[in-house]
Write a protein that binds this ligand. Structure first.
Ligand code: DP6
Length: 353
């Protein structure tokens, strides 16, 4: 085994255009429908994993410590322990070492931004990298095999994280629209994206920075007995097929209406779960209506989307940056908590530091 004791990766967060919402029964973290996302290059997690060989006596359980922004965070350890237990059958070294995991996000804490995609993406890349190094000499992984392994591991931490390992849009979940797509890991959308959809950015308007009343994992669970689950999964299939065509053709109107409809369908599923719940806030709705009004007046290529929370992602063509920034500053900031919004480019890959 090689002397390979410390690995560091930076991994971007991502925002889904077609949403993963609901898991297949059977299997671990398999999506009930396909999804696709853009990586948010400038909102990322950086994770350093250091390992030390354990005595054989300890080798049956997972041994770890976790630090977030330099502080020990034992409350995060059960989720990371579960992740390590899940990858151990594919990576036996997991139980042979003590793991010290240090992670930090470059966006402020308490902004309500889901950091699990970036965090588990970075963590999975570190573990896949250790494994690649340990196997060197007996096996050589192509870059594609390495990223697929990282994506499988990321999925086992948090489903949406598996799409964060690619700079190109990440497709996750079986669909006849993309033959390489699978439930096990995400794959990059390698078709040529039309120039009108290839230069976009995201401004995340922070409406609520508190803890969510229902976590994503709980939300997914409520789809099991959901009266509309089957039709939602069918609709997501149709939407993903349409979106891939839209991205190739550059149909801006189609893009905007599909992406916004996906966001509202996600929240409609929450509102019609049993028990029902609401994550959007009055300011979420106010911002959406401002965006609709402004687009009607100006025809700017911009669309909102939502993740499982109250914050609004304003996606826009970067050629309109100046106008959109001015719009945000003058019309949307009053609806943002502490006047906060975070900007990111789209489409960056993870990096090994
Ligand atoms: C609403 O990936 O956070 O952001 O797999 O249980 O960890 P777990 O859930 P998570 O779900 C997020 C779903 C979403 C939509 C999406 O990113 O596709």
């Amino acid at each position: 085994m090689s002397e390979y004791n410390c690995v560091k990766y930076r991994c971007p967060s991502n925002i889904a255009l077609v949403k993963y919402w609901g898991k297949k029964s059977g299997g671990v973290q398999l999506p009930a429908n396909p999804s696709i996302s853009w990586t948010l290059t400038d909102l990322h997690a950086t994770t350093t994993v250091t390992r030390a060989k354990l005595d054989d006596t300890h080798a049956s359980s997972v041994s770890l410590e976790f630090f977030l922004a330099g502080e020990p965070k034992p409350s995060f350890e059960p989720k990371i322990r579960q992740f390590l237990e899940r990858i151990a059958p594919m990576m036996p070294q997991v139980k042979e070492f003590h793991w010290r995991i240090e992670s930090e996000n470059n966006f402020p804490h308490g902004t309500g931004i889901a950091s699990s995609a970036a965090g588990f993406g970075a963590l999975a890349l570190c573990f896949a990298d250790f494994q690649r190094a340990d196997l060197a000499g007996t096996q050589t992984w192509s870059e594609e095999e390495f990223l697929q392994t990282a994506s499988i591991y990321a999925r086992l931490g948090s489903g949406s994280a598996c799409r964060s390992v690619y700079g190109q849009p990440g497709i996750w979940g079986e669909t006849k629209a993309w033959s390489k797509a699978t439930d096990e890991f995400a794959v990059p959308f390698t078709a040529e994206v039309h120039p009108s959809l290839n230069n976009w950015a995201d401004a995340v308007l922070i409406v609520d920075d508190g803890e969510k009343s229902v976590s994503s994992t709980q939300g997914h669970d409520l789809l099991k007995d959901h009266p509309y689950a089957t039709s939602r999964y069918q609709q997501a299939q149709i939407n993903l097929e349409r979106l891939l065509e839209i991205m190739k053709e550059g149909d801006l109107e189609g893009f905007i209406s599909l992406v916004e409809s996906e966001a509202l369908q996600l929240h409609a599923m929450m509102m019609s779960s049993e028990p029902y719940y609401l994550l959007i806030r009055p300011n979420t709705v106010a911002i959406i209506e401002k965006i609709w009004l402004k687009r009607k007046e100006t025809q700017w290529p911009m669309a909102f989307t939502l993740d499982a929370g109250a914050n609004v992602h304003l996606l826009y063509d970067k050629s309109y940056s100046q106008s959109v920034m001015n719009f945000i500053e003058t019309e949307l900031l009053p609806y943002c908590k502490n006047s906060l919004y975070l900007c990111s480019n789209i489409g960056g890959s993870p990096q090994k530091n």
